[in-house]
Design a protein around this ligand. Structure first.
Ligand SMILES: [Zn+2]
Length: 161
């Protein structure tokens, strides 16, 4: 409603309900948006489009308009419908995610990764015996350019030294 309440009051008001929790930055952009139902809200989809920009499986160039919302930790296994557990995946790539030996796995890249918070994909062992989680850079050209510039600057810096 736009009013302000304390966290204690908000928690008390939410008891026994199925709330949507939104945490916004100073500009009103979503930092966190979670809910306790399986399907993502339109606001969550918009936030995913802003973050993921398209299918997150490495090498896939399917745009966000061709993607569904995927629970990184499956909803049936207790994975919440929170932005931190959701990612965009096209239908073809979505069908590849499963628990079989030939299935792909999805994970959230950890804090030690340069891709912290993004979706990592782990290929089946027959394709990648290392089990390394990889991200899709096809929709993040700006990050690729920044990484290339940093790398180039480091090389120039080391030559000058
Ligand atoms: Zn895809």
């Amino acid at each position: 409603s736009g009013g302000h309440v304390s966290i204690d009051e908000a928690l008390k008001m939410a008891e026994g309900t199925c709330p949507v929790l939104a945490v916004l930055d100073a500009d009103g952009l979503p930092l966190y948006l979670g809910r306790c139902e399986r399907l993502a809200t339109p606001a969550q989809r918009l936030a995913l489009i802003a973050r993921d920009k398209g299918c997150t499986r490495p090498g896939c160039d399917a745009p966000a308009s061709m993607c569904a919302v995927h629970h990184i930790t499956d909803w049936a296994k207790g994975g919440p419908t929170d932005l931190t557990n959701l990612t965009l995946v096209c239908d073809h790539c979505h069908a590849l995610v499963n628990d079989s030996a030939d299935g792909w796995k999805t994970v959230v890249m950890g804090k030690d990764s340069p891709y912290r918070g993004r979706t990592g994909w782990i290929a089946p062992k027959r394709l990648d015996p290392t089990g390394t989680a990889r991200v899709n850079d096809r929709h993040h050209v700006g990050q690729q350019v920044a990484t290339a510039i940093d790398s180039s600057c480091q090389r120039w810096g080391s030559r000058a030294a």
